[in-house]
Design a binder for this molecule. Structure first.
Ligand code: TXA
Ligand code: MG
Length: 344
């Protein structure tokens, strides 16, 4: 299949044409990747079983992992749910459009394969202007997982989508790099107390301003039990080479790096600017200051994609604070890691 790429353009007319063409393909049950404020999404008509199946085929995604439905306005939410719980209404008022996905009781208007047979449906309204335009022009809700091959780091740039999906989908709308860099926060609003199923762009601290008693899915804290967000159990975000996650101070990190170099391993490092500045080593990628975790989140997935397996034996990665968006960063790094090295 030929994948059409609409290049990022500042010319309004060209941008509009790209969106028109993308929307026409989506209405025709094709799969099109587009930017959101978190990561690139792989969109298809959420009411069409055939269109949604094409997402699973393109990604190689397990079919028991449900998709998030994206909407351009509130009317589309009402078309998909039995009711809007009061707490969901509060969260929508505060955080939509934005990186927050809410799980609602489903009325089964979404195709069966969107929800993997569950009685709930996950919905979000993205804030990226291109995503919103595409949703409004297509005039139907769009199922859209991250636009990567299953298991790979999510794409934060159109080039990442091309690496993974060129030739497998109808089109890619290039809107430049995304801002947030990690996916949306998923909150289950079908229980008495809302539960964070996946940490993401809206932090727990943000949520607590609206819902003080929001809970965190216990399956996120310990690896025990069946996670309620079905996608959380699969290998995710994996770079090409094994990733070793180091939890400890800077001196501990340096001693681990030296040991591996002595053992003649070809090591690459992913670290904060503060630690990177202390290292005398060739392959070091900094994802930003450890004092500004939003910056780290923004660069995390491109850092994970950077090193190629033919050149690197081990990627040694720093751990970050779990405050704010740090919870999402560490959730993704723990899932990407093949090994954890802990000082304490
Ligand atoms: O930021 C994002 O959320 C990106 C962009 C493209 O919007 N999308 C994204 O989708 O990350 P995906 O498919 O890669 O992740 C969807 C997550 C999975 O962990 C899945 O298990 C969970 O949402 N999910 C979907 N429907 C659910 C439901 N009904 N109940 C619980 N979890 C659900
Ligand atoms: Mg994903």
């Amino acid at each position: 299949m030929h994948t059409k790429v609409w290049k990022h353009s500042t010319i309004i007319h060209e941008q509009n044409l790209a969106i028109e063409e993308a929307a026409a393909l989506l209405r025709d049950q094709q799969v099109v990747a587009f930017p959101t404020e978190t990561v690139y999404g792989l969109g298809a008509d959420a009411t069409s079983e055939l269109a949604v199946q094409r997402i699973f085929d393109a990604k190689g995604r397990p079919s028991d992992n449900p998709l998030i439905v994206h909407v351009g306005d509130r009317k589309q939410v009402e078309q998909l749910v039995t009711d809007i719980p009061p707490v969901a209404k509060q969260l929508m008022d505060k955080f939509w459009p934005g990186p927050l996905t809410l799980v609602f009781p489903s009325n089964h208007a979404a195709a069966e394969n969107v929800t993997a047979g569950l009685d709930t449906v996950a919905i979000r309204m993205p804030s990226d202007p291109i995503a919103l335009e595409i949703l409004l022009k297509t005039d139907r809700p769009l199922a859209a997982p991250s636009a990567n091959r299953s298991g790979r780091p999510s794409p934060t740039d159109a080039d990442h989508v091309i690496q993974d999906l060129d030739g497998r989908i109808a089109g890619i709308v290039d809107g430049g790099p995304t801002g947030v860099g990690v996916e949306s926060t998923v909150v289950d609003c079908t229980t008495e107390i809302p539960v964070i199923l996946r940490p993401g762009g809206v932090t727990k601290e943000d949520l607590q301003q609206v819902v003080p008693n929001v809970m965190v899915d216990p399956a996120l804290a310990n690896q025990e039990g069946q996670p309620k967000s079905p996608g959380m159990k699969y290998t995710h975000y994996a770079p090409e080479s094994p990733l070793w996650l180091v939890e400890g101070d800077d001196e501990f990190f340096k001693s681990q790096l030296h040991q591996l170099i002595e053992d003649e391993q070809r090591v690459a490092v992913i670290a904060s600017r503060e630690l990177a500045g202390q290292l005398d080593h060739d392959n070091v990628t900094s994802c930003g200051s450890r004092e500004r975790l939003s910056e780290v989140a923004g660069h995390l997935y491109s850092a994970l994609r950077y090193y190629k397996k033919a050149e690197i034996d081990i990627i040694l990665c720093e751990s970050f604070s779990e405050k704010g968006v740090g919870a999402a960063i560490m959730n993704r790094l723990r899932k990407a890691a093949t090994q954890k090295i802990t000082q304490y």
